[in-house]
Design a protein around this ligand. Structure first.
Ligand SMILES: [Zn+2]
Length: 157
C-alpha cells in the first residue's frame, strides 16, 4: 500500500529481527526512549508502548541507544515483539470506541504515575516535558536512580 508522505518512515517494528534492531540503533547517540518513538527510525512504536517496552526490557528511557549491551538489545527486542504483539491481539475484535480503554487497562507503567509497578510494587515515576510526559519504574529500569524531570528542575531553580 502506498501512502503519500510516509516515505521517510523507518522499518516496521514487528518486521525487525534482533540483529536488525541492533543495526538500526548502532551509532545512535540519542536517548533510547526518543529513538524508538522516532517513526523515521522505527515505525509503529508510540509514546505509550515505548514506556511499556522499556519497562519489560528493564532498560532506562535515558540509556544511549547506540550503547546498549548485547543483553539489553536482546531484552529490548523481546520486549518490543511481546508488547506490540499483545497490543495487536487485544485489539482484535474490539470496537474502536472501547479500544482506548482496553489499551490503557493492559498497560504496566504508561499513564500510571504513582501507582505500584506490577513487577516490584514500587511507585511508577514520571518525567515531564512541556507538552508530554512518560513513565518508568526506577527500581526495575534505572537501578533505583530517579531521572531528572525538567519540570521539577525548573521549579527548584
Ligand atoms: Zn518496578
Amino acid at each position: 500500500m502506498k501512502v503519500p508522505g510516509i516515505a521517510a518512515l523507518g522499518p516496521d517494528a514487528l518486521s525487525l529481527g534482533p540483529d536488525d534492531l541492533a543495526n538500526v540503533l548502532k551509532g545512535n547517540s540519542g536517548r533510547i526512549k526518543t529513538v524508538i518513538t522516532d517513526q523515521k527510525v522505527i515505525a509503529g512504536i508510540g509514546n505509550a508502548y515505548s514506556d511499556e517496552i522499556l519497562h519489560v526490557a528493564r532498560v532506562s528511557p535515558f540509556a544511549t541507544a547506540g550503547k546498549l549491551t548485547d543483553a539489553q538489545l536482546a531484552a529490548l527486542h523481546d520486549a518490543m515483539i511481546t508488547v506490540l504483539t499483545d497490543a495487536v491481539t487485544r485489539s482484535v475484535g474490539q470496537q474502536a470506541a472501547t479500544l482506548k480503554g482496553e489499551k490503557r487497562s493492559g498497560l504496566r507503567v504508561h499513564a500510571r504515575t504513582g501507582l505500584p509497578c506490577p513487577v516490584c510494587g514500587d511507585p511508577v515515576r514520571e518525567v515531564s516535558f512541556a507538552d508530554k510526559s512518560f513513565q518508568y519504574c526506577a527500581t526495575c529500569q534505572t537501578g533505583g536512580k530517579v531521572l531528572a524531570d525538567r519540570r521539577m528542575s525548573r521549579l527548584l531553580k
